[in-house]
Design a protein around this ligand. Sequence first.
Ligand SMILES: C[S@@+](CC[C@H](N)C(=O)[O-])C[C@H]1O[C@@H](n2cnc3c(N)ncnc32)[C@H](O)[C@@H]1O
Length: 277
Amino acid sequence: MRHSGETPAACAPRAEAFRDADDDRHFRDVVDAIELQYTLPSFRAYKSAVLRQLDLRPGDAVVDVGSGLGHDAVAIGALVGPTGTCVGVDLSVRLVERAQARVPAGVGNVSFTVGSALDLPLAPASLDAVKADRLLMHLDDPRELLAQAHHVLKPGGRVAIVEPDCATVTITSTDRAATRRFTDAWCDSFRHGWIGRDLPALARRAGFADLVLTGHLVTAQGFAEVDMLLEVSRTVARIEADNGPGPLTAWLATLRDDVRDEPVRATVTMFHLTARR
Ligand SMILES: C[S@@+](CC[C@H](N)C(=O)[O-])C[C@H]1O[C@@H](n2cnc3c(N)ncnc32)[C@H](O)[C@@H]1O
């Protein structure tokens, strides 16, 4: 985890955007980023694996914290059936409105509410499962979400937490120095860019048991996908604007032109922890 006192070098625009999606400067980008990520087959594959491992049953009461545009909450609603419920909680009023509009007509067991992950608007010991995906990396103190999850879960209830570890980003390039410069800067933009590796310790300290850690590789292929996943162009522009012209502009051009004999590929590992209260 980031140590207190360290401030992020916020050169990756989404590091700020996902903390304040309602801001006009960020909203369009946040919506596009979430929608485009769901177009990647590897992204959808990890999402399905997370829900499978959460072992949801008809009648379960579930919360999706940091529910974004509501894709996962709607999928959970179908798994828990009409006798179950899924509530999506998100800090963003505008994302909650969008998520509500995604609920298919006639589906009455999925709802969304504006709220903070640090103070869930839910009764103690009332839920069978809590899910949070790519949320903890943006929080000031991720321990608070684990404490909240423990508080709202019934004894024996399940938690699924998914976070990238941004230090696992790979990008195919022959220029190792420039690639490392980019990936380090991108990772360090986030409040907790290394949080994937810390999930077991965080969950154990919050009192969870039966911890299972799994990894999923998200893959982007070709410059357009890589740029969408890692916001390479905008991050390089910010780094070079802050530090003056450097090697990253040339590095970016080689990625964009796909100078290797096959399209550029990038990966990031999603750490997926399930545990029981
Ligand atoms: C990267 S998006 C992930 C959205 C969704 N979980 C998904 O996988 O598509 C992070 C989400 O967390 C929300 N968020 C950020 N800080 C939050 C907080 N303190 N409490 C609740 N939601 C928060 C953002 O508004 C955004 O919807």
